[in-house]
Write a protein that binds this ligand. Structure first.
Ligand SMILES: [Zn+2]
Length: 104
């Protein structure tokens, strides 16, 4: 085995290669790390390759939260735009109740 085991992509802590039954796994040694263990692999090389390829999802989660916040702002702006269009007489307000077609 000549592959170098990178530190944890999530927290930077050292990692440990170990065997569980017939599978080889890698675990982050930081007990507080939330995504700290690989799946089981048949060889140490495959486990190390997978471990070293892991993404740091901290930035990904921050990007998703920023995207969610932008979506909320866009929705607020769309609602305000519709309110102003109605207030200025540019657009008729939508019917307060959908025009249901009674069956009886
Ligand atoms: Zn970690």
């Amino acid at each position: 085995m000549d592959k170098h085991l990178e530190p944890c992509a999530h927290c930077g802590s050292p990692a440990l290669l170990y065997r569980e039954m017939t599978l080889i796994k890698i675990i982050c040694l930081n007990a507080l790390c939330t995504a700290h263990e690989t799946l089981g692999f048949s060889t140490a090389e495959a486990a190390i390759e997978a471990w070293n390829r892991r993404l740091d999802t901290t930035n990904l989660m921050q990007a998703l939260e920023a995207n969610n916040e932008l979506s909320r702002l866009v929705t607020k702006l769309e609602i305000e735009d519709a309110r102003l269009r109605v207030a200025l007489g540019v657009t008729q307000p939508p019917p307060a109740v959908a025009p249901y077609h009674r069956l009886d």
